[in-house]
Design a binder for this molecule. Structure first.
Ligand SMILES: [Zn+2]
Length: 208
């Protein structure tokens, strides 16, 4: 039987050196898998504040196989914590796809972290809010996702290395621990850097 832990491990293995998972990742993967199994089997609706009701689908998991493992693992943990469902919209882009993204205004740079790094993986993932079977661009939903990514990254020890596309001069560990902090930060950033940068709610990237 394929467990959720197996599925998570299968998504992460291609990202790992020599296709081997890091010893310190195995307990996290196992507990994530158990969490997903327990929630799937219980049939109990988890209170909204406790969340835990969402899962990433196959397309999202496939996309996470093409991004740096720290971002992949953070998104996988975040989906178990978030009050706002999300999908992984995009991770890796080819140079051609990046040119198109710039041409259409979805990106402002040809130095994007969606382009492959030296290992062939992206260093950024775009997470889109999922509501009633479709993507929602309502901004407040992206603050909920950013909060879940912060909670997950903090648990994994990555919060000092992940940046949200609504505050390009901050990392997740700079934020306060609630949804409002993200809304405030996005607004403050827009004032700090008026007009120059793209405010990119779905975007999370690894900062080395
Ligand atoms: Zn992006």
């Amino acid at each position: 039987m394929t467990t959720n832990a197996d599925r998570i491990a299968a998504a992460l293995r291609p990202l790992a050196p020599d296709n081997r998972l890091m010893p310190n990742e195995v307990p996290v993967i196992n507990s994530l898998g158990e969490l997903w199994e327990a929630r799937a089997g219980s049939g109990v609706l988890v209170p909204a504040v406790a969340a835990g009701k969402y899962k990433l689908g196959k397309a999202s998991m496939d996309r996470l196989a093409n991004v740096r493992r720290e971002i992949a693992l953070t998104a996988m943990l975040a989906i178990t914590l978030t009050v706002q469902d999300f999908v992984v919209l995009q991770t890796l882009r080819s140079v051609d796809e990046q040119r198109k993204a710039v041409a259409s205004g979805n990106s402002r740079t040809m130095k994007s972290k969606h382009l492959p790094d030296e290992t062939g993986k992206a260093r950024a993932a775009d997470l889109a809010a999922w509501e009633n079977g479709a993507i929602s661009w309502e901004f407040g939903r992206y603050a909920d996702i950013a909060f879940a990514m912060d909670q997950a990254a903090t648990q994994l020890g990555y919060a000092g290395n992940i940046r949200w596309g609504c505050a390009w001069d901050r990392v997740l560990s700079d934020f306060g621990g609630n949804r409002q902090a993200y809304l405030n930060e996005a607004e403050a950033y827009a004032k700090r850097h008026a007009g120059s940068d793209l405010i990119d709610g779905p975007h999370f990237e690894w900062v080395a």
